[in-house]
Design a protein around this ligand. Structure first.
Ligand code: NAG
Ligand code: NAG
Ligand code: NAG
Length: 610
C-alpha cells in the first residue's frame, strides 16, 4: 500500500528538537524564496503556502508534526459480547442479514460505492434494525427479545475494549461510567491544563463517536434503533476501535430557548440532577456526558457566540481536551441513518481517508465526483490533477498571519514533483462528508461574513464543507481550542475543521460516499448544474468557477433534502399519502419486502407514527 516507514515516536521527537526545527525552517525559507524567484508558473500554487512576509516570525514557534506519520497495522479484532449476552458473530439474532440480487446495483447521482469501498449489498428494514428491536412488539418477531432497560452499553463497550486491550498501545483506555466519573468542570475547578499540545500524547488508535443530543429530545423507537446500531456495529463489532458517547446539550441558553436554571457544573448534586433532567434512556446513561452554555462561556471567554450554527465543535473541542485518550472524534447526528452496517461504513470512510494522498486533497474535495460526467474515481482523480496543472493549492500550511502551524512541511517544495505518495497511509485530521466551497469567491453562503479575529477579514483563505457531520483528530481539535482560547479566532461550524486543517497543514479528506437523487432518470442538464464543468473547466483547479448549485431537495445527503424521510418510511412500511404513490426507485422489491442499498441518509427528522 505504501512504503513510507514509521519512525519510532521517540526518534521522531528527537529529530524535531527545537534546534533542528529552526535549521529546518531557515532552509525552507531560503528554498521558498529561491523557488518563488525562479518559477512563475508555480507561483499560483506556492503563493498561499509561502510564509508570511513577517517571516522569520519572532513568536515562539510550536512543535511541528513529523513529515511522515504512518501508523502500523493493528492486529485483528477480537469478537465482543452484544446486548443478548452472546458473542457477536456467533449469535444470529444479533446479526444483520445482507442480501444480494442479480440486477444492476443502483448508480448514485454523485460519489461511488467502488471508490469508498461500500459493499453493494441490500438489507430490508427488518434485517437491518431487527437486532435492535424493530418489530419486537409484533408476534412474528423472530429474534430473542432484549430487556433494553437492563442493557448497559457503556459496560459492554468497556468489556469489549478490555478483550481487545492487547491490540492497542498502552495509552488507550476505557471510557468509564460517566455517572460515576466525568471530567467536565469549570476552569476554576479543574486540574486539566487550559491548553494541551499534540506532542504531549501518544496515539491510542481509538476513535470517539460523538452523538449530539439535547435535553428534551424525544427518543422514539427509530432513534433507539439508530443509536443501538451504532454502538453494536462500531463500538462492539469494531473491537474497541470506536467508543460511542452521547453528548447532551442541556439547552440553557440565557435569554433564549427554554430556560433551564440548574447550573449543572455548580456541584456534583446539580450534575446528578442534570442527568435526571436530560431525559436520556436508561441504557445510554453510562455513556452520557452533559454540557451547557455556561461551560462553553467559561472555557471560551473570547468567543461570544456559542450556538450550534457557529460553534458546534466547541463541546467536541472540550471533549478532546478532557478525554485526550482518543485519536479522533466523529461528530454524528441523531438525524442521520446508516442504511448499511454503520461500523463497516465508518471503517471504509476512515480507510479511504487514510489512503488518500495529501497532494490535491483540497482540489478533490472541492469537486463532487459524478460518475456519469467523468467516469470512475481514477478518471476523476486524473482530471483534477490536470485541472491543477500538477500543482496543489494546499501544499504545507496555507499561511495566515494569526496561525502558527503545527503541520509538517512538504517533502519537496514543488508539489508538481511529488508523485501522490505523501500522506498515504496517514489518518486524516479533518474528514468531511460533503464537498467544500470557497467563500472568498461569490457563494450563496449566509455565513460568509462571519469571521472574527483575522487581520485579512473576509479575504482570509478558507473553505466550508457542510454539514458538520465530520471527523476531527485530537491534534486538530487542540489547535482550534487554543486559537479560540488565546485569540478568540472563530469561523462558522461548517468551515471550522477543514479550514483550521488547511491553515495548519493538517490532512483533509473527503471520501465521496454515494448520494442518490429522487429521480432515477434525471436529465443530463440537471446533473450538469451540479457538475458545473468539473475540474476540466475550472479556472483555478480548486472547485467549479460557478459555486451556485440547484436546490438539493431530492438528494439522499444534503442539508435541505426531504428524500431521506421518504425512503425511510417506504422501507419501514410506514409510508403515507405524503410519501407519494411510487416506491423510491433506489429500494429493491423482492418477495413483498423492500431492500435498501448501503448509503448514509441525512437529514432524517424522526417521526411519530401514531
Ligand atoms: C477507569 O476506572 C478505573 C477504576 O476506577 C481506573 O483505574 C481507570 O484509570 C479509569 N480509566 C479512565 C480512563 O479514567
Ligand atoms: C467558577 O466559575 C464559574 C463559572 O464561570 C462561576 O460561576 C463560579 O462562581 C466560579 N467559582 C469560584 C469559586 O470562583
Ligand atoms: C521538478 O520537476 C521539474 C519538471 O517537472 C524539473 O525540471 C525539476 O528539476 C524538478 N525538481 C526537482 C527538485 O526534482
Amino acid at each position: 500500500m505504501n512504503s513510507l516507514a514509521l519512525a519510532h515516536p521517540k526518534i521522531r521527537r528527537y529529530a524535531f528538537s527545537r534546534q533542528a526545527l529552526y535549521i529546518g525552517l531557515a532552509i525552507c525559507a531560503v528554498w521558498v524564496f529561491f523557488v518563488s524567484m525562479r518559477i512563475d508558473v508555480a507561483e499560483r500554487w506556492s503563493n498561499l503556502t509561502k510564509p508570511d512576509p513577517h517571516f522569520p516570525d519572532t513568536r515562539p514557534q510550536p512543535k511541528r508534526l513529523p513529515q511522515h506519520n504512518v501508523l502500523p497495522q493493528m492486529a485483528d479484532r477480537i469478537p465482543c459480547y452484544g446486548p443478548r449476552g452472546k458473542l457477536l458473530g456467533k449469535s444470529p439474532d444479533d446479526d444483520l442479514v445482507e442480501s444480494e440480487f442479480d440486477d444492476r446495483y443502483p448508480v448514485p447521482f454523485a460519489g461511488s460505492f467502488e471508490a469508498v469501498g461500500f459493499d453493494m449489498t441490500y438489507m430490508s428494514a427488518d434485517a437491518r434494525y431487527g437486532p435492535y428491536g424493530l418489530g419486537e412488539e409484533k408476534e412474528d418477531y423472530k429474534r430473542s427479545k432484549v430487556d433494553w432497560d437492563n442493557v448497559d452499553w457503556g459496560k459492554l463497550q468497556n468489556e469489549c475494549f478490555e478483550r481487545n486491550r492487547k491490540r492497542f498501545p498502552k495509552s488507550a483506555d476505557t471510557f468509564n461510567d460517566t455517572r460515576i466519573e466525568h471530567r467536565f468542570t469549570y476552569k476554576n475547578a479543574t486540574s486539566i491544563p487550559e491548553i494541551r499540545y499534540w506532542h504531549e500524547f501518544e496515539s491510542t488508535r481509538r476513535t470517539a463517536i460523538v452523538i449530539r443530543s439535547w435535553r428534551g429530545y424525544e427518543y422514539l423507537p427509530e432513534d433507539m434503533h439508530h443509536i443501538r446500531s451504532l454502538i453494536a456495529e462500531a463500538g462492539l463489532r469494531g473491537g474497541g476501535d470506536y467508543q460511542v458517547i452521547l453528548l447532551v446539550d442541556m439547552k440553557d441558553w440565557d435569554g433564549e430557548q427554554n430556560e433551564y436554571n440548574n447550573e449543572i457544573f455548580s456541584s456534583p448534586e446539580a450534575y446528578q440532577q442534570g442527568l435526571k433532567d436530560a431525559g436520556v434512556p436508561k441504557e445510554f446513561e453510562s455513556i452520557t456526558l452533559l454540557w451547557d452554555y455556561r461551560l462553553l462561556r467559561d472555557w471560551y471567554p473570547l468567543v461570544p457566540e456559542h450556538r450550534t450554527m457557529w460553534q458546534v465543535f466547541q463541546p467536541v473541542q472540550l471533549l478532546a481536551l478532557h478525554y485526550p485518550e482518543f485519536d479522533h472524534f466523529w461528530q454524528v447526528e441523531l438525524d442521520m441513518r446508516f442504511l448499511g452496517d454503520s461500523g463497516k461504513i465508518l471503517d471504509r470512510l476512515s480507510t479511504f481517508a487514510r489512503n488518500e494522498p495529501r497532494k490535491q486533497a483540497l482540489e478533490r474535495a472541492n469537486f463532487w465526483h459524478i460518475t456519469e460526467k467523468i467516469g470512475d474515481y481514477q478518471e476523476f482523480f486524473r482530471t483534477v490533477d490536470k485541472g491543477a496543472h500538477g500543482g496543489s493549492r494546499a501544499w504545507g500550511p496555507v499561511r495566515v498571519r494569526e496561525i502558527l502551524p503545527i503541520g509538517p512541511e512538504p517533502p519537496m517544495p514543488d508539489p508538481r514533483n511529488e508523485t501522490f505518495r505523501w500522506g498515504v497511509g496517514e489518518d486524516a485530521d479533518a474528514l468531511v462528508t460533503s464537498f467544500c466551497l470557497d467563500p472568498t469567491k461569490p457563494t450563496p453562503w449566509v455565513f460568509k461574513g462571519w469571521i472574527y479575529g483575522f487581520k485579512t477579514g473576509e479575504e482570509t483563505p478558507r473553505y466550508y464543507c457542510p454539514p458538520a457531520i465530520q471527523r476531527a483528530s485530537r491534534n486538530l481539535l487542540f489547535v482550534i481550542h487554543q486559537a479560540q482560547v488565546e485569540e478568540g479566532l472563530r469561523i462558522p461550524s461548517e468551515a471550522t475543521l477543514p479550514t483550521f486543517a488547511l491553515w495548519h497543514g493538517l490532512k483533509l479528506s473527503f471520501p465521496q460516499h454515494p448520494v442518490f437523487h429522487r429521480e432515477s432518470n434525471f436529465d443530463a442538464e440537471f446533473q450538469s448544474k451540479w457538475w458545473r464543468g468539473g475540474p476540466a473547466e475550472s479556472s483555478t483547479g480548486v472547485g467549479p468557477d460557478n459555486m451556485y448549485a440547484p436546490r438539493g431537495l431530492g438528494l439522499t445527503f444534503w442539508w435541505e433534502t426531504q428524500f431521506p424521510r421518504e425512503i425511510f418510511t417506504w422501507w419501514t412500511g410506514k409510508n403515507t399519502e405524503e410519501d407519494g404513490h411510487d416506491v423510491p426507485w433506489i429500494l429493491h422489491g423482492d418477495n413483498g419486502k423492500l431492500y435498501a442499498p448501503n448509503i448514509i441518509l441525512h437529514p432524517m427528522k424522526h417521526m411519530k407514527w401514531d
